[in-house]
Design a binder for this molecule. Structure first.
Ligand code: SAM
Ligand code: SF4
Ligand code: SF4
Length: 360
């Protein structure tokens, strides 16, 4: 059994405790490494205005060439090392991960991994849902456990405007249903709320997904990347969203299922399921952040708002053994002191990585 040390806020600035056998590797604030988010491509078939605005990601944008991307074997090797050092949950993301050819082959490879306790890590994927109806069965057969589908509006015109894609809402809804039928459930549905853009869709979305078995999660609009022109007054806080939904459908707080759970959970009092709130702006959760991110071309990022990554690809392609990879990964995590969201406003950064490159 691995030993989990829960740190108190006042301990955050103390050095990490020494590692005991079986412990997850810990960063400078004592946060264990538990989650790995793997971005498999920087490309996307959407141009969501808050993520990949077309003015910045136009037809002349230089995406990574295929040769720069980590192969499935390389990704699996990194994931195996991370799982041996405490990772229990792996999320595939992007860009749009279902654009990566034969992504189900990667899923099948990752599904073979086992941690030091013999347990398989939980395998999930975040997608815009456009290709999900086609891919859900193959993904489930390959060993994927669950999916999260992004959907910001039920109104077709608004959805097309926000995703700048020409894709109909019905296509995404069909993807959600196909995923649930394939057993990738409960499906989580992510809605980024941007004031003046889609806040009028909060209640229609809540009405639609209540009682469906899918879990709707409202995400505060974040200042990720450098291209979305984020402004604080466009953020609708989680507290405001809970108040709004609660006025129509009474809610009660639900317990977090595990430490490091990103969403705070609220259950409908009448038993029609639950919603989640991801309040990275109004109530940052850096103290519990256990996520490491791997970019499409093999750089490790210890924070969504990082400016720089740590290259692993050169090491992978130099014929390095697993111990060298383990040392590198542990070194990166142990040096981690990120807590951007807690310091928002104090820590100005000019060159943050883009969300479409590193994933959510
Ligand atoms: N393309 C896939 C998708 O949209 O689900 C996966 C990658 S996308 C970058 C991952 C998540 O990040 C999505 O749920 C998206 O809504 C969210 N996201 C992107 N930009 C955001 C922003 N500025 N603020 C909050 N969430 C954002
Ligand atoms: Fe693409 Fe997802 Fe970003 Fe939208 S949020 S542009 S679907 S990567
Ligand atoms: Fe984690 Fe960075 Fe987000 Fe804080 S700001 S929760 S450290 S990714």
């Amino acid at each position: 059994m691995s030993r989990v040390i829960f740190h108190r806020p006042e301990d955050r600035h103390r050095p990490a405790p020494a590692l005991a056998p079986g412990d997850a590797v810990r960063d400078v604030y004592g946060r264990p490494l538990r989650d790995l988010r793997i971005s498999v491509t920087d490309r996307c078939n959407f141009r969501c205005t808050y993520c990949m605005p077309r003015e910045v990601f136009g037809s002349d944008h230089a995406f990574l060439p295929h040769s720069a991307l980590l192969t499935f074997e390389e990704i699996t090797r990194v994931a195996a090392v991370a799982v041996s050092q405490g990772v229990r949950k792996i999320r595939l993301t992007g860009g749009e991960p279902l654009l990566r050819k034969q992504i189900e082959v990667l899923v099948a490879m990752l599904a073979q991994l086992r941690g030091p306790d013999g347990q398989a890590p939980e395998l999930t994927l975040t997608t815009n849902g456009t290709l999900l109806a086609k891919k859900a069965d193959a993904l489930a057969r390959a060993g994927l456990n669950r999916v999260t589908v992004s959907l910001d509006a039920l109104d077709d015109a608004l959805f097309e405007r926000m995703s700048d894609s020409g894709v109909a809402v019905a296509t995404v809804l069909a993807g959600i249903d196909a995923a649930a039928r394939a057993g990738l459930a409960p499906v989580k549905v992510n809605m980024v709320v941007r004031r003046g853009m889609n806040d009028a869709q909060i209640l229609p979305m809540a009405r639609h997904f209540r009682g469906s078995g899918h879990v709707l999660r409202f995400i505060e609009y974040m200042d990720v990347g450098n291209s979305n022109g984020w402004r604080m007054d466009e953020v609708v806080t989680g507290a405001d969203i809970v108040r709004l939904v609660n006025d129509e459908f009474p809610l009660r707080p639900a317990q977090a299922q595990y430490r490091g759970e990103v969403a705070s959970r609220w259950a409908y009092a009448d038993g029609a399921g639950e919603i989640g709130l991801i309040t990275s702006v109004s109530q940052p959760f850096c103290g519990d952040c256990t996520r490491l991110r791997l970019s499409p071309e093999g750089r490790l990022f210890t924070c969504l708002f990082a400016e720089q990554g740590h290259d692993l690809r050169a090491l992978l392609r130099s014929g390095a053994g697993d111990q060298a990879l383990r040392d590198r990964l542990a070194g990166v995590w142990q040096a981690r002191g990120d807590r951007y969201s807690e310091r928002r406003g104090q820590a100005h950064r000019d060159h943050k990585i883009e969300m479409s490159y590193i994933g959510g």
